[in-house]
Design a protein around this ligand. Structure first.
Ligand SMILES: [Mn+2]
Length: 267
């Protein structure tokens, strides 16, 4: 079976409980994650240990917190106390985890019809385009100069997509769209200030998944995390939100690709 789990964020006990609930068989099943494996939860170190030990039976896309961890490890960003990363950062295995994490993509196909990306799919992109753009980031992250790439990545602009510009700014937009996006305005500009659910938000902010993507085919679906305040609701059956805020006292949600069932656990 293939299972896709929402944002784990260092919630080791929750992850263990989920794997037990779905009777996860680490020699037969594959666990996919939407990213944000670490940060804010109680035990990011044990979480990474468990996932790392699943070897080829675990796959993920990277989220903003995962990239942030790589930046902390490389001295680009300070660790925030609320991320609770102290024991992970102090671990003698931290370099091994960093080198493991930076092999993962920002967007990937998990079956013929399903795209996985932490924040979602920018509405002007096809699935193929997202995969191609993710590959541009992968080659940066997997290079020897990846810390230099991370150092230049932190900014909110450009907020519009410019297809032709081959530059660091183009890569910054790709990272932001795939790992941080929630709302756009009517000009398809990314907005990073608003984090609430659409029910509590002014209508000038449009959730990315409400914008018609003319490239998305009827049989294609997008699976994403990152947005806990959605609590799994998009009202679009082919845009599947799996972050249901376990780390904030909500549920850890998991989709079984074969049975299409959602499994939810609570602390
Ligand atoms: Mn996130």
């Amino acid at each position: 079976m293939n299972y896709v789990v929402g944002d784990i964020q260092g919630c080791y006990q929750g992850l263990k409980k989920l794997l037990k609930t779905i009777k996860f068989n680490s020699s037969k099943d594959t666990l996919w994650a939407v990213g944000d494996l670490v940060a804010r939860g109680d035990d990011s170190l044990s979480t990474l240990q468990l996932l790392y030990d699943l070897e080829d039976n675990f796959k993920t896309v990277l989220g903003n917190h995962d990239l942030h961890l790589l930046s902390i490890i490389n001295g680009i960003k300070p660790a925030k106390p609320q991320d609770k990363l102290e024991s992970l950062l102090a671990s003698s295995d931290i370099e091994r985890y960093a080198n493991w994490l930076r092999q993962f993509p920002l967007a990937t196909m998990i079956d013929q019809h399903s795209l996985l990306a932490h924040a979602g799919l920018f509405p002007e992109w096809s699935f193929k385009k997202a995969i191609r753009l993710s590959a541009e980031i992968e080659s940066e992250l997997q290079s020897d100069h990846y810390a230099g790439f991370l150092a230049k990545m932190y900014q909110d602009t450009p907020d519009t997509w410019n297809n032709t510009k081959k530059s660091q700014l183009r890569l910054t937009f790709v990272v932001n769209a795939l790992t941080r996006m929630r709302y756009l305005n009517t000009y398809n500009q990314l907005d990073f200030k608003e984090k609430n659910s659409p029910l509590q938000t002014a209508s000038k902010f449009i959730p990315w998944y409400e914008i018609n993507n003319t490239h998305q085919l009827p049989d294609q679906r997008i699976i994403f995390g990152h947005w806990a305040s959605l609590n799994g609701r998009t009202n679009h059956p082919n845009k599947i939100a799996l972050d249901t805020g376990y780390v904030w006292g909500g549920h850890l949600t998991c989709l079984c690709l074969e049975t299409k069932k959602l499994i939810k656990i609570k602390e």
